[in-house]
Ligand binder design. Structure first.
Ligand SMILES: NC(=O)C1=CN([C@@H]2O[C@H](COP(=O)(O)OP(=O)(O)OC[C@H]3O[C@@H](n4cnc5c(N)ncnc54)[C@H](O)[C@@H]3O)[C@@H](O)[C@H]2O)[C@@H](O)CC1
Ligand SMILES: Nc1ncnc2c1ncn2[C@@H]1O[C@H](COP(=O)(O)OP(=O)(O)O)[C@@H](O)[C@H]1O
Ligand SMILES: [K+]
Length: 512
């Protein structure tokens, strides 16, 4: 699902209006009718009080159309005009007249107005600012946002939470904290970034019939990856195949007290379809790993407690490395010498990333197309600190281009960055914020590369399946009890769901 910029949406509006020979007011009618249908379907005429706060632009116009439809269907409502400017849009004015024809007279809220009482059981719909916000709102408007935020009423934002920009974040940012955002046509990038996503409890994208051909023709930087896009990538196993068909993964890592990390990666790799899995660990890992996972093979470093040599004859299809490996001087030296010799594709995580951050020259030695999977702390060490999420993305793209690597920014919505492009993951849950879940991801991506998936496809698919397995595990165990091992156990179901379930598209988890 492409993520469009505000300008691309405005362009699509214009194109659609021209091609379908409709007026902009008709497009607004269509958009707001979708809003109404969504709400009506859920409320079914319930006698709840709905407060609708409208701005004076087209976002406010949507609010007015919604108010008219709710009024026509007998809902109990109060409508307000947040009068932050005298530049009313044409379609706002048309719809204000249409509402007044129904004898609904909105209350004007301006600087100094007493704000309306909102009950805990009421519903607030806010259509104050949409994509058009271009400068900080006036203080009294910000106070209104605060007032809405302190209310316990369920808050629905139209298109985006008022106060958020679509293409930047400001340090003083103040916005409506929406329980639900009903957004037009496609989700917006800000829904998925930690700094702005927290204003979005949940969201749904409403199809307002913008021209599909025009939209499909737009180049976008980001894609919100949904199941229907991944399904065609999935390679079914064929009958006359053998373990050699599905690659040999080598998992390198571990140190005294952190052998479990290799256990998790290797097991995840095994359960994600790698034909063969070997682990390379310090000698202290031999007995526990051999005992815990009989299906894998082991190579050991001569050193007992940490990796100090990193030499082996094996020629695996791919190497996943760094988990639990430590960053001691001896390990760093072995790692550096290994990188100079190695030509095999790499998936680098945890301490491999920390070692690269400590000596950035080593980044020149990683094979092109390698996958790096940092969590935010590791990312900061790799690319330096950032001012906000947009700055972070810019630096991540620059890093990926400079070192020709795939950068996986792990988080609530994991971003896979490769060159100019970014892929936003749609699966996963806060239960996965538990030690070892990243080690599992390393194993999953490694296994997919071993099976012949291109590294970028393997990464995007692996991140999705890892999150899906976490979601399946959470539905059974809840968030608190979720553990990395439980994620691995659900990998099979995650693969199966890719082919057997229809998959949701227009609606997703939010940031709260
Ligand atoms: N035909 C269309 O273009 C459609 C637009 N739609 C709605 O239109 C919205 C965009 O509408 P607009 O472009 O009118 O913009 P908004 O309604 O978001 O904002 C209103 C106007 O306020 C002004 N403004 C921006 N920041 C301000 C500030 N801090 N203080 C005071 N004034 C400020 C701007 O001039 C802006 O145009 C979308 O988010 C969506 O809700 C939908 O109705 C679908 C169709
Ligand atoms: N709140 C969350 N929502 C969705 N996924 C999450 C959340 N928190 C963590 N995850 C996922 O769990 C994994 C955690 O990785 P990481 O921090 O490296 O863990 P560890 O180092 O303990 O293995 C990542 O894939 C991340 O995307
Ligand atoms: K809004």
């Amino acid at each position: 699902m492409k993520i469009y910029t505000a300008q691309q949406i405005y362009d699509a509006d214009k194109f659609t209006i021209k091609k379908q020979q409709i007026t902009s007011a008709m497009l607004m009618e269509r958009a707001a009718t979708e809003l109404f249908n969504w709400i009506h379907e859920r409320l079914q005429g319930a006698p709840v009080l709905i407060h609708i706060f409208c701005g004076i632009g087209n976002n406010g116009g949507d609010g007015l159309v919604l108010a008219r439809h709710l009024q026509d269907h007998g809902y109990h409502l109060k409508v307000y005009i947040v009068d932050y400017s005298k530049n009313r849009s044409e379609d706002f004015l048309i719809n204000l007249e249409r509402l007044k024809e129904r004898k609904v007279w909105p209350t004007v809220i301006e600087k100094g107005s007493t704000l309306p009482e909102i009950g805990n059981e009421d519903i607030v719909v806010e259509a104050i600012f949409g994509l058009g916000l271009s400068r900080p709102p006036a203080d009294w408007v910000l106070q209104l946002f605060d007032y809405l935020n302190t209310s316990k009423a369920f808050k629905v934002s139209v298109d985006i939470p008022s106060g958020l920009y679509t293409d930047r974040v400001t340090p003083e940012q103040q916005a409506v904290e929406a329980d639900f955002v009903l957004t037009f046509q496609a989700p917006k990038l800000i829904f998925f970034l930690p700094g702005t996503g927290k204003y979005i409890g949940n969201w749904a994208a409403l199809d307002i019939g913008l021209d599909q051909e025009f939209l499909a023709g737009r180049e976008t930087t980001y894609d919100f990856v949904v199941q229907s896009e991944l399904r065609p990538l999935y390679r079914e196993r064929e009958k006359f195949t053998h373990k050699g068909t599905y690659g040999h993964s080598l998992i390198i890592g571990g140190s005294y007290g952190k052998i479990g990390a290799v256990h998790l990666s290797a097991r995840a790799c095994l359960h994600s379809g790698s034909g063969l899995v070997t682990a390379y660990v310090p000698s202290c890992g031999y007995i526990p790993l051999q005992t815990a996972i009989p299906e894998i093979m082991l190579l050991t470093d001569p050193a007992e407690q940490q990796i100090e040599k990193l030499e082996f004859e094996l020629e695996p299809s791919v190497i996943g490395m760094g988990i639990g490996m430590g960053t001691s001087e001896a390990t760093a030296e072995a790692f550096s010498a290994f990188l100079k010799r190695n030509k095999i594709p790499l998936v680098l995580d945890a301490d491999a990333l920390n070692l690269l951050s400590a000596d950035k020259e080593l980044l020149g030695d990683i094979p092109p197309g390698s996958v790096l999977t940092p969590h935010p702390g590791e990312l900061k060490r790799l690319i330096g600190s950032w001012e906000d999420d947009f700055d972070k993305l810019e630096k991540a793209h620059a890093f990926s281009k400079k070192y020709d690597c795939i950068l996986v920014i792990k988080g609530s919505h994991t971003f896979t960055i490769y060159g100019e492009k970014g892929y936003i993951n749609s699966t996963g849950n806060p239960g996965m914020a538990t030690g070892g879940s990243g080690d599992v991801l390393t194993g999953v991506i490694t296994a997919l590369i071993a099976q012949g998936y291109e590294p970028l496809q393997a990464t995007v698919l692996g991140v999705f399946l890892h999150g899906r397995a976490g979601d399946i595990a959470a539905s059974e165990w809840g968030y608190e009890a979720l553990s990395a091992t439980l994620i691995i156990e659900k990998m099979g179901q995650a693969f199966r769901s890719l082919v057997s379930e229809p998959g949701k598209t227009g609606e997703s988890k939010g940031g709260k």
